[in-house]
Design a protein around this ligand. Structure first.
Ligand SMILES: Cc1cc2nc3c(=O)[nH]c(=O)nc-3n(C[C@H](O)[C@H](O)[C@H](O)COP(=O)(O)OP(=O)(O)OC[C@H]3O[C@@H](n4cnc5c(N)ncnc54)[C@H](O)[C@@H]3O)c2cc1C
Length: 372
C-alpha cells in the first residue's frame, strides 16, 4: 500500500475534528462529512486531564482549550458528608499549561471547529456515507447528497453509535452497563477549585467539576435497573433523588437542580472493540472504536490521542504499516481506560466484588501521564 494522500473523515465530533487538524498539519488532504446539519453538541461539561491538554497542544489548540475552560487543581475523593479522603493533584504534561481542566462541550467544539475552518479543511454538514467500497488500493464512497469520492483511507469517527462500525462489524454494538449519568450546570462556589467525587453511597457516586469562573457542573452516576426511560418533566426530581443524603458543597449545590429541561441524563453504554480497529482501508477512532463509561473522564482525551497518533503514523509510513503502528500505540492504552472505567462502575453496583476505586483511579492517572 502507498502512503495516504487523500483521507475522508466520517464524523465531525471531537476525534473527527482532531484527526482532520492532525492530518492537515502533516500535509495530507482531508475532508470531513458530519451527519448533523446544525453541527450541535450537548450543553454539558466535560472533565479532562493532562493527556488531553498535551494532545491538543500537539494540534496547536492547547492554549485555546485552556482559555475556553477552567483549570483546577486535580481530583479529590470525599465521603458522603464531603470530608476529603484523598487528593490526586494534577501533574502538568506541557510546560506553562495546566493539567486538569473543566470545559463545556460547546466550548471544546468551538475550539476545534474554529481551527478546522481556519485551516480551510472542507466540512460538509448534513451529509453522511451511503456506501463504502474498499477496492484494496483505495476506497470509493457514495454520499447521501448524491456525490461520490475516492480516498486512500476512510476514518470512522462517528461516535458511540457508529454507522461505519455497524457497516464493517455488524455484530459489535454498545452494551448497557447498568448505570446512568445525570448532569446539571450550577453556579460555582468560590471555594471550589478541585473536581470532587463523593463515594460511599450504595450503587453509585456523585460530584462536581468547575467549568468556568462562574459555573460548575454536578454529575451523579447511579445504577438504573432495566435501563428505564424517564418522562422529561420528572428529570430534575429524579436527579435530586439521587443526590439525597450528600452533605458538603454537593449537598448545597443539589438544591439548584430544579429545571427538568436542563438535566442531561444518559444511560451508560460501552463498546470496546478488539484489535485491530481497521479493515482494509477503513479505520475507527474515538468512541466508535472504544467507547467507555465516564468514570475516568477520558473519552475526549482518548479520541484526541487517537487522532494525534494516527496522523503521525500516516505521515511517515504506507497505509497498512501506519494502521499497524497506530494499533500498536493505541490499543492497550485505550483498552485499559475502557475496562477500568467499566470496572469502577461494576464496583459501585456490586460492593461484594469492589476493589479500591481511589487506588485504581490514581494508577490510571499516572499511567496516562506517560507519553503515548
Ligand atoms: C453527556 C456526555 C458527557 C460526557 N462527559 C465527558 C467528560 O467529562 N470527559 C470526557 O473525556 N468525555 C466525556 N464524554 C465523552 C466524550 O464526549 C466522547 O468520548 C468523545 O466526544 C468521543 O469523541 P468522538 O469523536 O469519538 O465522538 P463524538 O464527539 O460523539 O463525535 C461523533 C460525531 O459523529 C457524528 N456522526 C454520527 N453518526 C454519523 C454518521 N453516520 N455520519 C456522519 N457523522 C456522524 C455525530 O453527529 C458527531 O458529531 C461525555 C459524553 C456525553 C454524551
Amino acid at each position: 500500500m502507498a502512503t495516504a494522500n487523500k483521507v475522508l473523515v466520517i464524523g465531525g465530533g471531537v476525534g473527527g475534528l482532531a484527526v482532520a487538524i492532525g492530518l492537515h498539519q502533516q500535509g495530507i488532504d482531508v475532508e470531513v462529512v458530519e451527519r448533523d446539519k446544525d453541527w450541535k453538541v450537548y450543553h454539558v461539561g466535560i472533565i479532562v486531564q493532562a493527556n488531553f491538554v498535551r494532545a491538543l497542544n500537539v494540534l496547536g489548540v492547547g492554549n485555546a482549550a485552556v482559555k475556553a475552560g477552567y483549570a483546577y487543581r486535580g481530583a479529590r475523593f470525599c465521603d458522603v458528608a464531603g470530608n476529603v479522603l484523598k487528593e490526586l493533584p494534577g501533574d502538568t504534561a506541557v510546560d506553562g499549561l495546566p493539567s486538569d481542566l473543566g470545559l463545556t462541550r460547546p466550548a471544546l467544539h468551538k475550539v476545534l471547529t474554529e481551527k478546522v475552518l481556519e485551516l480551510g479543511i472542507p466540512v460538509r454538514l448534513g451529509v453522511t456515507f451511503e456506501a463504502i467500497e474498499d477496492r484494496g488500493d483505495g476506497v470509493d464512497v457514495a454520499f447521501t447528497d448524491g456525490t461520490r469520492g475516492s480516498y486512500d483511507l476512510v476514518i470512522g469517527a462517528d461516535g458511540n453509535y457508529s454507522a461505519v462500525r455497524k457497516t464493517l462489524w455488524p455484530d459489535a454494538r454498545p452494551q448497557y452497563t447498568g448505570q446512568g449519568v445525570w448532569r446539571y450546570n450550577v453556579p460555582r462556589p468560590a471555594e471550589v477549585d478541585w473536581s470532587d467525587l463523593y463515594i460511599g453511597k450504595p450503587k453509585g457516586k456523585a460530584g462536581y467539576c468547575p467549568l468556568t469562573p462562574e459555573t460548575m457542573y454536578i454529575f451523579a452516576v447511579f445504577e438504573e435497573p432495566d435501563n428505564p426511560r424517564f418522562a422529561p418533566e420528572t428529570l430534575a426530581e429524579e436527579m435530586r433523588k439521587r443526590l439525597e443524603g450528600y452533605g458538603g458543597v454537593l449537598g448545597e449545590a443539589a438544591k439548584h437542580v430544579t429545571d427538568p429541561e436542563l438535566v442531561v441524563y444518559r444511560p451508560l453504554e460501552a463498546c470496546i472493540m478488539p484489535s485491530p480497529w481497521y479493515k482494509g482501508r477503513v479505520v475507527l477512532i474515538g468512541d466508535a472504536a472504544h467507547s467507555a463509561t465516564p468514570h475516568l473522564g477520558q473519552g475526549a482525551a482518548m479520541a484526541i490521542e487517537d487522532a494525534v497518533v494516527l496522523s503521525e503514523e500516516l505521515a511517515s509510513r504506507e497505509v497498512g504499516d501506519a494502521l499497524d503502528a497506530f494499533m500498536e500505540r493505541r490499543f492497550e492504552r485505550a483498552r485499559l481506560v475502557g475496562i477500568s472505567s467499566i470496572r469502577l462502575g461494576e464496583w459501585e453496583m456490586k460492593p461484594e466484588i469492589a476493589g479500591d476505586p481511589i487506588a485504581l483511579t490514581d494508577a490510571i492517572r499516572q499511567k496516562l501521564a506517560e507519553p503515548v
